[in-house]
Write a protein that binds this ligand. Sequence first.
Ligand code: LLP
Length: 437
Amino acid sequence: HGTSRVNEKGNLEIGGCDVTQLAATYGTPLYVYDEALIRSKCRAYIDAFRQSGFAFQVAYASKAFCTMAMCKLVEEEGMSLDVVSGGELYTALQAGFPAERIHFHGNNKSIEEIHMALDAKIGCFVVDNFYELATLDEIAQERDEKVAVLLRVTPGVEAHTHEYISTGQVDSKFGFDVQNGQALEAIKYAHESKQLHLLGVHSHIGSQIFEAEGFIVAIKRLIELLEEAREQHGFISEVLNVGGGFGIRYVESDTPLTAETYIKAITDTVRDEMTQRQLPLPELWIEPGRSIVGDAGTTLYRIGSHKHIPNVRKYVAVDGGMTDNLRPALYQAVYEAAIANKMNAPATEQVSIAGKCCESGDMLIWDVMLPEADAGDILAVTSTGAYGYSMSNNYNRIARPAVVFVKEGEAELVVKRETYQDVVSHDLLPKRAQLQR
Ligand code: LLP
């Protein structure tokens, strides 16, 4: 998919770059992003909204992959940015991302983070709970500023990959519950506050969702809430944010909808429900993360050792693992792979791909058919662009891989590989221990 193809040498090529060359130049493991594919994913959402006639904002959920280069790309595509921490906010600001297009999420923003965001003059806060509402109100008063907010509400819809569950009372750490009246109470508070400018409401029903039904049910609940808010508190919502969660294809059996289909279901539902209740059409916001970057990322590894247990399994080990992709260990996530320097060779062997961490659970892929693998081969694991780099870690003191963007035959390093010096850079030897020597 994207700009991937097999070249004359039988090697995998992405963005016009032979990945075996990338591995030689930048080392492995290496995250490779197909820049054109990221941009086309951005544009698919924007085009779908343009078709709908709604005013809109597409905010990239940076948690999926947050680097300065990615923030820059998002800026160039004219989109907004969802950040959830001071660190993500800092990354965006360092990249020169326009603050007014930043939305700040999170269920426990610190006082320092709130001040940092206000200093930067971000677009809005997505307020999660009553403590934050009161804190923000107070800080805004201290600073004599008016602060734009959305309220994150929990509509009682939980979407899973293949189904959605509609529950009476959702057990979630996030948001104001619609069912027990918290959401309406929060709307009243924010609407009446002199310091806050309540733009509207937000909901996020889950991630890696393959159907539109969960969004439709959630939107109906949100709009019922907005109808009550108008009747009881005279509040008219300018913005409706339906979150992210649009699924991608990791393996053959995954069947996501297209951006067009998700957006059409969302815009049709909002238009119908708002019109029925004679509410003015709001600006529509979404926050896709995974579906912007997931497909565009490929991780390259070098194959090393193997262990064959006759009649049981063959383990093939690579030079990365749960440190660069935590998802298989954490969620039993599944991926596909290919040997990048043997793309035309027949897949004759069933193997399981092991990471190099000292932990049995450090397995990247169970039971995948590949050509016979030799030490030194390059393994390409596809669709690792979302929540791979962003959840990478230094377990076993393994240094984080580099990240390159590829496009039209050119590769650009956008995150340098960590060094061992980087790994120990925050360590201090206790002075006391030195004295005792
Ligand atoms: N908006 C909110 C409020 C969210 O909580 C999330 C994801 C998104 C947007 C973006 O969702 P996406 O479009 O990426 O599905 N680490 C997990 C995924 C955690 C998602 C958390 N929230 C994984 O690797 O599957």
